[in-house]
Design a protein around this ligand. Structure first.
Ligand SMILES: Cc1ncc(COP(=O)(O)O)c(C=O)c1O
Length: 379
């Protein structure tokens, strides 16, 4: 390998002339809001995921989570169990719905919600649990449904990392209570920004369809017919959370590429798993599993100062991240109890560059830099 310094981005979208042409098509139609492109994208997602669940597109993954909770009609102050190790979007969506996020500890190896800890946090106000598919891992979701059944809770899956993943041979989104995806710029597929709710609950689906358009009753159908309502009924709080046709046009092109993106992400993960076998100081948290299409590649540093290795990699042009800082330590979501496993993990986690533009040479470069780092460190 040459000694040349590289710049390797942590994450990056992959778009080309297909998305550009799709956006031009919408611009040329002079109809930019929510219309037939969104309708088609919903149908195509339904077909892709081979699902009978209703598919409702919105403008972010956070909006998907917010609307899911809002349309379940809980009382203000009711509680939702959620792992502390997640993007702040999960917690903000819960509080935006007037509910209280109850942060729970996670499994020290996988970062998935720890149901033993969650059980301790159940109160008379607990109405739902929001498991997060941390780093695309949903292996233990069936246990969450058993837990929810035992305690009479609804399940809102934060599957922001999991579009195009499978579990036991079935697509994420094929079955479940409420599942929310994100299509922001760096997710497994993107619609620029964007999100999606899937649910089998027809009543909740109908509420969400209205709520994304200010709760104007049946406005979704009107918009799909390139029409709109002038005299209408409004019975609930609503939001401007709908997806636009411009976003859907990007998303539809990305969906066509989803299998090839998935293949590339799996190959990349394999390269990382092989590489990290060389470095006992760095342990992948992202699960090695043939059904998983990782959105991010997360590791924990087991015998080393995380911040030193992070600074070193950044100096070498390798952009790394932290997924995530513990939510229960934020001022707004502070708890009066500690969550030891999350607190320990969030001191050790490092996310390595992961997107479909990463090459084998980039991985060799990272490997080479880590070799130099650990050699010099012991001298
Ligand atoms: C775990 C998790 N939940 C929710 C979201 C929110 O998705 P969006 O950025 O589309 O609002 C994200 C986005 O990064 C996420 O990683």
């Amino acid at each position: 390998m040459s000694g040349e310094k590289r710049t390797i981005r942590l994450s990056k979208c992959s778009v080309d002339h297909h998305e550009k042409e799709a956006v031009s098509r919408v611009l040329d139609s002079h109809f930019l809001g929510m219309g037939v492109e969104v309708q088609q994208f919903e149908k195509e997602i339904k077909a892709y995921l081979n699902t009978e669940l209703e598919v409702i597109l919105v403008n972010t993954g956070t909006a998907a989570l917010h609307l899911a909770l809002e349309c379940l009609d809980f009382q203000d102050g009711d509680e939702v169990l959620v792992p502390s190790l997640t993007y702040v979007a999960s917690h903000q969506a819960i509080s935006a719905a007037g509910l209280k996020p109850v942060s729970c500890d996670v499994d020290a190896q996988t970062g998935f919600i720890d149901l033993v800890d969650a059980e301790k946090r159940i109160s008379a106000k607990t109405k739902a649990i929001m498991p997060v598919h941390y780093s695309s891992n949903s292996v233990d979701i069936p246990q969450v449904y058993e837990f929810a059944k035992k305690h009479g809770l609804r399940v809102v899956e934060d599957a922001a990392h999991s579009f195009g993943n499978k579990r036991d041979g079935h697509w994420i989104g094929e079955a479940g209570d409420i599942i929310c995806f994100s299509f922001d710029g760096i997710k497994n597929i993107t619609s620029g920004e964007g999100g999606c709710v899937l649910t089998a609950d027809k009543a909740v689906a109908a509420r969400i369809k209205d709520a994304r358009l200010l709760s104007v009753e049946n406005d979704t159908q009107m918009r799909f017919e390139r029409n709109r309502s002038w005299v209408f009924a409004v019975k609930h709080q609503g939001y401007r959370y709908h997806m636009s046709d411009i976003m859907a046009a990007i998303g539809r092109e990305q969906l066509k590429k989803a299998p090839q993106f998935a293949e590339k992400r799996k190959q990349l993960a394999e390269m990382y798993f092989n590489m990290f076998e060389k470095f006992p100081q760095i342990k992948p948290v992202t699960l090695k599993n043939k059904d998983i299409v990782p959105h991010i590649f997360v590791c924990q540093i087991v015998s080393e100062k995380r911040d030193r290795i992070v600074s070193y990699l950044q100096e070498q042009g390798v952009s790394v991240g932290l997924h995530y800082y513990a939510n229960h330590l934020h001022e707004y979501f502070k708890t009066d109890y500690a969550l030891p496993k999350v607190e320990d993990l969030c001191e050790r986690l490092v996310t390595f560059p992961f997107h479909v533009g990463i090459t084998a040479e980039d991985i060799s470069y990272i490997e080479n830099k880590l070799e130099v780092y650990f050699k010099e460190r012991v001298l």
